[in-house]
Ligand binder design. Structure first.
Ligand SMILES: [Ca+2]
Ligand SMILES: [Ca+2]
Ligand SMILES: [Ca+2]
Ligand SMILES: [Ca+2]
Length: 304
């Protein structure tokens, strides 16, 4: 073992032992928004970031946004400006599958629809029967049924899955349209993600999802703040939907909720979370390399 390796190893142990040594105490904030219209949106190249670090949405954001399970990506605007990019990926779900109650109906992918300045809605797979029809046999027809074309809890419970490149604390939900009532439900995932389709709302807790809260009448001017409920929670995966008592909490009022969401805000505090193993390794290598360079410079100075 040469001197360099010994030095790198000792720095590594030092950094691991001291915990937050490699973390900067910076808070980052992001805002994502959409005013896209048309299904699919006429221009889906401008809202698709040219680069993403996550590949979860790969292949889903093509011009053919006409099938259930479509997916959209949004680049967020960050504060401090130019600091960190954080791509948001959105996908729609509803518990339109087989079962005997809201907590046991199977979750299925749905159609993520864009309603201009009103924001995003969900057209689920209900085509008739006892539940209000939203789509049509053979595929979604998002312009056909209002207000079921929104994220709603009339019939089955619609939710949208948010996947961020970076773990964040979701701080605000910007509702651009509502009808009748606008109560929402928010969940966050602890642990690794596994596909929602095939699960049911009653079993999400077993899959690592935590019920964060129900929020009443969230259609306000600007983004509705959920920061007090999400403080200290940072995750790459969040679920937001029309009030969904099948995942926990009180059942709430009897008014059906119909909303469209046009944006989100989120924050990340480095000092509050344990870095991912990969990030830690990179940080350690960078730190050790930097320190070694310093050592070499000092040695050279002595030698000079
Ligand atoms: Ca709907
Ligand atoms: Ca509905
Ligand atoms: Ca209400
Ligand atoms: Ca309600």
């Amino acid at each position: 073992m040469n001197l360099k390796r010994i030095f790198v190893t000792s720095i590594g142990v030092l950094a691991l032992g001291s915990g937050g040594l490699v973390q900067a105490a910076t808070t980052y904030n992001w805002t994502w928004s959409t005013t896209l219209s048309g299904n699919p949106p006429a221009d889906n190249t401008t809202w698709t970031p040219s680069t993403t670090t996550g590949d979860w949405c790969s292949g889903m954001n093509s011009a053919s946004m006409s099938t259930y399970g479509n997916c959209a990506r949004f680049g967020g605007s960050e504060t401090p400006a130019g600091s960190l990019t954080n791509v948001l990926q959105v996908k729609a779900y509803s518990n339109t599958g087989a079962g005997s109650s809201q907590s046991t109906y199977d979750i299925e992918s749905a159609y993520l629809a864009f309603w201009g300045s009103s924001g995003m809605g969900v057209v689920n797979r209900n085509t008739g029967g006892s539940d209000p029809p939203e789509g049509a046999t053979g595929g979604p027809t998002p312009s056909s049924t209002s207000p079921e074309h929104s994220i709603d809890n009339n019939g089955r419970y619609d939710m949208i899955l948010l996947t961020f490149d970076r773990a964040v604390s979701l701080t605000g939900v910007d509702i651009g349209w509502s009808e009748n009532d606008s109560d929402i439900t928010v969940m966050a995932l602890g642990g690794s993600y596994s596909e929602l389709a095939g699960k049911d709302y009653g079993s999400l807790a077993a899959a690592g999802w935590s019920y964060v809260g129900h929020f009443a009448n969230a259609d306000v001017s600007g983004a509705y703040s959920i920061a007090s409920a999400t403080q200290g929670i940072e995750s790459r995966y969040w679920l937001v939907g029309a009030r969904n008592p099948a995942v926990g909490g009180a059942s709430g009022d009897s008014y059906k909720d119909y909303i469209k969401i046009k944006g989100f805000t989120a924050t990340e505090k480095y000092g509050n979370k344990v870095p991912e193993p990969g990030a830690m390794s990179i940080a350690l290598i960078a730190l050790a390399s930097g320190a070694f360079v310093t050592l070499r410079r000092r040695s050279r100075r002595v030698a000079d």
